[in-house]
Design a protein around this ligand. Structure first.
Ligand SMILES: Cc1cc2nc3c(=O)[nH]c(=O)nc-3n(C[C@H](O)[C@H](O)[C@H](O)COP(=O)(O)O)c2cc1C
Length: 252
């Protein structure tokens, strides 16, 4: 086992932090790691907004309905950024229909996700902790406004990190046998009993985590989450279009 694997197998979301600031030299290294992340067709179609301003933080915390976002030492928001390359092309006299097409969008989305995970790996390798915040998309239009995001950009995920002030248990995962297939996809014979063991593990995990707040098993949570999609997330495709992305939804 090497250090990288030890840290990766130890991953857990950290949401509470000490007041200690992340040193500048470490931030510089983390930024370099983000920059070194693999990138689709070399286009580097993502950017990062480091949100320091307390007022902006409180507005973002309100969007995510997670008040403590205000107290996280570092909060970096990863965005799809097709604007930069569009400008590079436009300044050479090209205003191309492809600058915000579906393919470009997903290249940027993938780049942003990979860079965000690379950041968290690096954070954890320094012995710090962090977490992802998809909750920033609970009101993406408002976030775009707050961050002054231009056309051809789109928020993807936030990463909050710092020196951990908590030591949560590892959250169990379902067996990799259910996720790793050889050659072709494997459809299970049933999706109930197969999850019995994992359901028990999750119930134990929640009991140990907070005995007075029992939580549903995994399979029940799946139904609950599917039954209650987050309000404004259904607007995301429209917001992407408003940002100038051509999602190719019309029949051509
Ligand atoms: C894309 C993404 C978005 C997430 N968004 C949030 C979020 O908005 N708020 C939050 O508290 N946790 C968020 N999480 C953290 C997950 O809840 C967490 O990773 C999951 O419950 C597993 O727990 P673990 O990371 O401790 O193993 C997010 C994770 C991912 C990958």
């Amino acid at each position: 086992m090497n250090q990288t694997i030890t840290h990766q197998l130890n991953h857990r979301a950290i949401r509470r932090f000490t007041d200690e600031k992340v040193p500048e030299a470490m931030l510089e290294t983390l930024a370099q790691v983000v920059n070194r992340t693999a990138t689709s067709v070399g286009m580097q179609s993502f950017s990062v907004i480091r949100v320091n301003e307390p007022d902006l933080r409180s507005q973002i915390a309100a969007i995510g309905r997670q008040d403590y976002i205000q107290q996280i030492p570092e909060f970096w928001i990863f965005i799809v950024d097709c604007y930069r390359n569009a400008m590079v092309a436009r300044e050479q006299g090209y205003h191309l229909g492809t600058e915000g097409d579906m393919d470009r969008f997903f290249q940027g989305w993938t780049d942003a996700c990979l860079a965000a995970q690379n950041l968290l790996n690096a954070v954890e390798s320094f012995g710090l902790g962090g977490n992802f915040y998809g909750s920033i998309l609970n009101d993406a239009a408002r976030l775009i406004d707050i961050l002054k995001l231009p056309e051809l950009t789109m928020p993807v995920v936030g990463v909050g990190f710092g020196y951990s002030a908590q030591a949560p248990m590892l959250k169990p995962r379902m067996s990799m046998e259910l996720k790793l297939f050889d050659d072709t996809y494997r459809i299970l014979e049933n999706y109930g009993e197969t999850f019995d063991d994992y359901d028990r593990q999750m119930e134990t995990y929640y009991d140990l985590r907070q005995a007075d707040k029992p939580m549903d098993s995994f399979t029940k949570q799946v139904v609950d989450k599917l039954k209650h999609p987050i309000d404004k997330r259904s607007d995301l495709v429209k917001i992407m279009q408003d940002q100038g992305f051509d999602l190719n939804l019309e029949e051509k």
